[in-house]
Design a protein around this ligand. Structure first.
Ligand SMILES: Nc1ncnc2c1ncn2[C@@H]1O[C@H](COP(=O)(O)OS(=O)(=O)O)[C@@H](OP(=O)(O)O)[C@H]1O
Ligand SMILES: Nc1ncnc2c1ncn2[C@@H]1O[C@H](COP(=O)(O)OP(=O)(O)O)[C@@H](O)[C@H]1O
Length: 178
């Protein structure tokens, strides 16, 4: 199964992926995380943040996720994934393999206050442009399989909901097929 955590910088994608992995590993599952930040640095450092490169990034992440998920590994993708068409393509690539889109729907103002990596502040100071949600587009998922607003609960509570969803699905069945 592949679970895409999509959302703005500082929404909580990495924190939730990490916490969910710990719980799933303890329960005996095989789990991998593909974090946009990490795979960009380690696997394809040549990609930047242009719309084309963001699209390529998710396509490549999808290829790796598919290999893992196909082999029974629960694969959590933590990436901004700003474009609806890229997310739809990722789902389509998982034909026959369970896939879920989880919108980490933390309000922009909360993300901006957290600013874990200082991106919002750097954009406000005019040092960088193209920060997703501010001066680069984030197309909000209209029909995600799950929505988590991390401004409403702590990491443990959000992670519990994510794990419950991964194990049992929204209505007791696993996420819908890709
Ligand atoms: N301008 C700008 N906009 C957005 N993000 C930026 C930018 N510059 C650097 N970063 C850092 O790169 C991480 C985004 O990588 P992703 O692969 O998740 O992005 S994308 O899906 O290709 O849009 C993202 O990681 P997260 O903060 O974990 O979301 C940022 O740390
Ligand atoms: N319910 C929650 N779920 C996830 N993160 C939360 C939550 N509440 C507060 N946070 C905090 O928000 C920040 C999210 O940062 P991070 O996980 O790196 O975001 P992202 O990967 O989306 O950029 C962390 O400092 C985390 O402790």
């Amino acid at each position: 199964m592949t679970v895409l955590l999509t959302g703005l910088p500082s929404a909580g994608k990495t924190s939730l992926a990490t916490a969910a992995r710990a719980t799933l590993l303890a329960a005996g599952h095989q789990v991998e995380i593909l974090d946009g930040d990490v795979v960009r640095r380690e696997l394809w450092p040549e990609l930047g943040l242009s719309p084309e490169d963001r699209e390529r990034n998710l396509t490549r992440i999808g290829s790796v996720a598919l290999l893992l998920a196909r082999n029974g590994i629960t694969t959590i993708v933590a990436a901004i994934a700003p474009y609806a068409h890229s997310r739809a393509a990722l789902r389509a690539a998982h034909a026959g393999i369970p896939f879920a889109e989880v919108h980490i729907a933390t309000p922009l103002e909360v993300c901006r206050r957290r600013d874990v990596k200082g991106l919002y502040a750097r954009q406000a100071r005019g040092e960088i442009t193209g920060v997703t949600g501010v001066d680069a587009v984030y197309e909000e998922p209209v029909d995600p399989d799950l929505r988590i607003d991390t401004s409403l609960e702590d990491v443990g509570e959000s992670a519990d909901r994510l794990v419950d969803f991964i194990l049992h699905g929204p209505v007791g069945s696993r996420a819908r097929m890709g």
